[in-house]
Design a protein around this ligand. Structure first.
Ligand code: GN1
Ligand code: MG
Length: 364
C-alpha cells in the first residue's frame, strides 16, 4: 500500500514538519518509519502503522500503551537513580492517541530515542546481562499497575493449547498444499506436545501467577545507549496479563541463539550458554524479590517452551500460505520454524546446565 508518510505525520501534535523519512524493516507485523524534521529544536520521531488485521482493537491497544508508559514515566520520575527511559506517545491533533487515516489505517507516533541501538544477535555477556536486567526491571516497575485495567490485545497469545488447535486445523485444511513439505516438523511437534503442555496446565491451575508482562521480549526490543547500557524497552503492543515465563523465554529464544531467527544453515543454530547465563543473572537480579517457586522451577524450561510455541506459529503460517508474518521469500516461515526447532533441540541437550544456571544466579 502506498503510504503518504509526510501527510500522515502532519496530523500529530508536533511542531516541525517531516523533511525526510526512512523505513525500518525489523518488525514482522507493523511498519515503522524514522521521521526527521531537520529542525534543531524538534527531535526526531518514530511513526508506526499498526496492523489492524492482527491487532483488532487498536483503541484498547493504545490505551494499554498509554497506561503502561504513563505508569513507567511516573515511577522513573520518583526514582531518579534508575537510568531508564520510557517511550512517549505523541497524540494526534484531534486528541486521540492514534491517527485513523482516510483509508481506515491506524497510525501512532513516538518521540524518537536518540543514539540508541539494538541487537539481533547478542555480542557479549555484558550486553546480555544488561538486557536481562532491563526486561526484569520493566516487569517489576509494572507490578503495581492493576492488570484488569489492561485489554488483552491478542487473546490467547501464548496459549499453547490454542496454538496447537489452530496448527492442527491448518494441517487438516492444507490450504497452500504445503503439508507434504513438513513431515519432519509435524513429527517434531508431536513428540514434544505432552511435555510442553505442562506450562499451560500450571497457568490454568493458578500455580503460575498472572502478571503484567511484555509478551514480545525479542532481544532487539531492548534499546541500548551509546555506552551499551540497556535504557529502554520498546514494542509495547502486547503488554498485557501473562506469565513471566513468556518474557524470560522469548528473550532467550532470540538473544541466546548463536544464529539469526531465519538462518538457513542450521548448523549455526545453538544455545549460547554464556549469553544465557548472563541474561539469566541480569533478569534474576531485577526480579528475585518477586519470583515464586513455580516460576523458578520453570524458568530454564520457559526458553524451550517459547521457542517451541513460536516455531509452531511460524510453521502454521507457512502451512497457511504466509498470511501472518511478513516474509521475504516463499519458504521464509519454514526456515524460521526450522531454526526454532533446531534451537529447541539444542536446549534439550543443555537442559541440566540451563537449570543449574538459574539456581546459581539465585544464590548470587
Ligand atoms: C512478531 O513483529 P515483531 O517482530 O515485533 C510477533 C511475535 C513473534 C515475532 C517473531 C504481535 O513480532 O510474537 O515472536 O514476530 N508479534 C506478534 O519474530 O505476533
Ligand atoms: Mg512486536
Amino acid at each position: 500500500m502506498e503510504r503518504n508518510i509526510k501527510e500522515i505525520f502532519s496530523h500529530f501534535k508536533v511542531k516541525g514538519e517531516c523533511v525526510e523519512f526512512e523505513k525500518n524493516t525489523t518488525g514482522h507485523i507493523n511498519e515503522s518509519y524514522f521521521i526527521n524534521t531537520k529542525s534543531p529544536d524538534h527531535p526526531g520521531y518514530f511513526l508506526q502503522w499498526i496492523n489492524n488485521n492482527i491487532f483488532k482493537n487498536v483503541e484498547g491497544l493504545m490505551d494499554n500503551i498509554c497506561a503502561v508508559t504513563g505508569h513507567l514515566a511516573a515511577k522513573l520520575a520518583d526514582n531518579k537513580d534508575l537510568d531508564f527511559k520510557v517511550l512517549e506517545v505523541i497524540p494526534c491533533i484531534d486528541g486521540r492517541n492514534y491517527y485513523l487515516d482516510s483509508q481506515k489505517q491506524y497510525w501512532r507516533l513516538y518521540t524518537f530515542i536518540d543514539n540508541a541501538h539494538g541487537y539481533n544477535v547478542v555480542e557479549n555477556a555484558e550486553i546480555a546481562y544488561e538486557g536481562g536486567k532491563a526486561f526484569g526491571l520493566f516487569m517489576s516497575l509494572l507490578a503495581d499497575l492493576p492488570a484488569d485495567g489492561l485489554t488483552e490485545t491478542i487473546p490467547d497469545f501464548h496459549n499453547l493449547e490454542k496454538r496447537l488447535d489452530t496448527f492442527d486445523k491448518s494441517v487438516k485444511a492444507d490450504k497452500a498444499d504445503r503439508v507434504k513439505e513438513v513431515a519432519g516438523e509435524l513429527e517434531f511437534v508431536k513428540k514434544r506436545t505432552e511435555q510442553m503442555l505442562t506450562i499451560p496446565a500450571l497457568i490454568k491451575s493458578g500455580q503460575l501467577p498472572k502478571r503484567i508482562t511484555h509478551n514480545d521480549t525479542k532481544f532487539n526490543n531492548i534499546l541500548f545507549d551509546s555506552s551499551d547500557h540497556a535504557s529502554c524497552i520498546v514494542d509495547l503492543d502486547t503488554v498485557m496479563p501473562g506469565s513471566i515465563l513468556f518474557d524470560f523465554g522469548d528473550s532467550i529464544r532470540t538473544g541466546a541463539n548463536t544464529a539469526d531467527e531465519d538462518e538457513k544453515d542450521l548448523s549455526k543454530v545453538d544455545i549460547n550458554l554464556p549469553i544465557y547465563e548472563a541474561y539469566t543473572q541480569g533478569f534474576i537480579k531485577s526480579t528475585k524479590h518477586t519470583l515464586t517457586a513455580a516460576e523458578i522451577d520453570n524458568l530454564a524450561f520457559s526458553a524451550r517452551f517459547m521457542t517451541f510455541i513460536i516455531g509452531i506459529r511460524f510453521l502454521t503460517d507457512f502451512i497457511d500460505g504466509d498470511t501472518y508474518f511478513r516474509t521475504s521469500y516463499p519458504d521464509h516461515n519454514l526456515v524460521r520454524a526450522k531454526v526454532q526447532f533446531q534451537l529447541v533441540e539444542a536446549m534439550e541437550k543443555n537442559a541440566d546446565k540451563m537449570q543449574e544456571i538459574v539456581l546459581h544466579a539465585l544464590e548470587k
